[in-house]
Design a binder for this molecule. Structure first.
Ligand code: COI
Length: 365
């Protein structure tokens, strides 16, 4: 963890927040990622002052020098997490320290400064508290939090920048997929990979997502909602989707998820589900799984359920796998029983309606 003294946040409330009637109307059906709350948090970094100039302020465009390093060399990292509003008005986060730690792991990989965990946590508390009225109440909805950091120094030489901005914005969200929680069809990219060994695949950096966009668009052109990436060396091992980890559930009571070998994102939902599956009595293996085996196991009926997971997607069933070589269906193409159970259990923990034996939930005072 990066140590630094706690700094004070300036509070600059919005002079003209969105009127409550407009806000409440928007909250009725927020969709994903296009509705934003009134405020944001920013904290600047430079070597002389360390982290400084922390403020909660109206959400607004950020002035940026056209030579800012992020615009040229993509020094940028982010996190995705959610705040949940319980029926008794408790506001809860799910394993937020894991996000703080992963942000700093990404920072190390991208040669960026680490943000002290207490500053990260304070930024969450401040923004959620200030924009609490933006928390949706509809079932399955939450306040999506997007902490991110990028290089602001105006310098065109190629080296780690010296100046950065950490920023936190919030977006009320419903389901990530327009189809809700119906099974998604995925497209296997044979021409493109997302990350190579030794690269930045395990960091949550925008470049990984940028690399996934063209193959994602190809998948969408072919009627799919997500694209599956294979490993960069043998183009054989299943890695992850554009923005979600994958699980395979077999009829013998075992499950596989691809291992964290540095090319895939170490998902916090992924880690939680490994534990939950083990508690369900499944033998979970973190081991490579090939595209050919995937096809064969689905055709034989040995693979009975398949799902994607992540903060945004929660647990989303996969209905069919498509690609240049054809299509195969998972189970009966619907939502598997275990997939549904895990989704309900996870949402139950997050929404405070199910026991939280691991102490994953952090309540905000
Ligand atoms: C998340 O699940 O929060 C992600 O970051 C994936 C995607 C929305 C970028």
């Amino acid at each position: 963890m990066a140590d630094a003294p706690m700094i004070d946040f300036a509070h600059l409330p919005h002079p003209a927040p969105v009127p409550s009637a407009t806000r409440d109307q928007a909250l009725a059906d927020p969709g994903f990622g296009s509705l934003f709350t009134d405020h944001m948090v920013t904290i600047a970094f430079d070597p002389e002052h360390g982290w400084h100039d922390a403020k909660l302020c109206p959400r607004a465009p950020i002035p940026l020098d056209p030579a800012a390093a992020v615009l040229h060399y993509a020094q940028e990292i982010f996190e995705g997490m959610k705040a949940y509003r319980w029926e008794d008005e408790t506001v809860a986060l799910f394993r937020p320290l894991e996000n703080a730690r992963r942000l700093n792991a990404s920072a190390r990989r991208m040669a960026m400064p680490e943000l002290p965990e207490e500053l990260f946590m304070e930024s969450l508390r401040l923004l959620i508290e200030t924009d609490r009225d933006w928390m949706p109440t509809a079932e399955g909805s939450s306040l999506y939090l997007r902490p991110f950091m990028f290089a602001t120094e105006a310098f065109l030489g190629v080296r780690p920048a010296r100046e950065y901005l950490y920023c936190l914005i919030a977006s009320p969200v419903g389901s990530y997929f327009k189809s809700g929680v119906k099974p998604v069809d995925v497209w296997v990219s044979r021409d493109h990979t997302r990350a190579a060994p030794g690269g930045t695949g395990a960091a949550k950096t925008g470049g990984n997502y940028a690399a996934s966009l063209n193959p994602l668009a190809v998948g969408v052109e072919n009627g799919c909602q997500q694209t599956v990436f294979l490993d960069a060396i043998e183009k054989k091992w299943v890695e992850e989707l554009s923005g979600m980890n994958l699980f395979f559930v077999f009829k013998d009571g075992s499950a596989i998820t691809p291992p964290l070998t540095g090319t895939i994102l170490p998902g916090i939902t992924r880690d939680s589900l490994i534990q939950m599956l083990r508690e369900e009595g499944l033998q979970v293996r973190e081991e490579p799984y090939s595209i050919d085996q995937w096809h064969a196991d689905a055709e034989k009926g040995d693979l009975v359920e398949n799902f994607a997971c992540g903060t945004a997607a929660v647990v989303t069933p996969i209905g069919s796998v498509n690609g240049p070589d054809g299509k195969f269906v998972i189970g009966d193409g619907g939502t598997g029983q275990l997939t549904q159970k895990l989704r309900d259990q996870l949402l139950g923990i997050q929404m405070g309606t199910a026991p939280d034996p691991h102490g994953w939930v952090v309540k905000l005072d």
